[in-house]
Design a protein around this ligand. Structure first.
Ligand SMILES: [Cu+2]
Length: 194
């Protein structure tokens, strides 16, 4: 003998199962689309970056960089290019940075260009996120800006030999006007006493 509620129960559970299956299918489609999107991003960035690496590979001969080119001693430091861009050029060698005291303006984009003459070096600037490796044979470059005037320590952060722990430079961030006055006429600025 059946009661209305007993005959309703299977129908009700059947209906709720349908709701669950529909919801599951909907989520399966959404998750499938997310996976396809991520795969498409991997394929796109892989192909795109293989053609155009995110960090340009720029090579330089460590044997001759002190004789000619942008890393000769007179060009090491900070200068304002003809395009108005502030560029810091420095080299790392066992166990110092040249120049060992850098000057940059606050609140302006500053491009660093550095390389090494011997072993792998690197530096980090104080508590900023400026952090790069200097590999012999390659020019490392990045652009950053410093919010306010002050002075930062710039230690070598790649173990480069017995003198590694004594290898560091200072970086002074000064007011933009003060910097532009010092760098006027294409002068190369640093805070190394001359
Ligand atoms: Cu070093």
């Amino acid at each position: 003998m059946t009661t209305p509620s007993a005959s309703d129960a299977p129908a009700a559970s059947h209906a709720s199962e349908n709701v669950a299956v529909t919801a599951e299918k909907r989520w399966a489609i959404i998750v499938g689309l997310i996976i396809l999107l991520l795969l498409a991003m991997m394929v796109f960035t892989g192909l795109h970056w293989a053609a155009m690496p995110p960090s340009r590979v720029e090579t330089i001969d460590p044997q001759t960089l002190h004789i000619s080119g942008e890393f000769v001693e007179s060009k090491l430091g900070t200068s304002v290019g003809p395009d108005g861009k502030v560029v810091v050029r420095l080299i790392a060698q066992q166990y110092s940075f040249q120049p060992p005291c850098l000057v940059v303006p606050a609140e302006m984009p500053v491009t660093f260009r550095g390389t090494s003459t011997d072993a792998i070096h690197g530096f980090i600037i104080g508590t900023t996120n400026a952090n790069v490796m200097l590999v012999p044979g390659f020019v490392a470059t990045f652009t950053t800006s410093f919010k306010r005037p002050g002075e930062h320590l710039m230690p070598c952060h790649e173990f480069c030999g017995t003198g590694h722990e004594a290898m560091w430079a200072r970086l002074q961030v000064i007011e933009p006007n003060e910097f532009l006055a010092k760098a006027s006429g294409g002068k190369v600025v640093s805070c190394v006493p001359r």
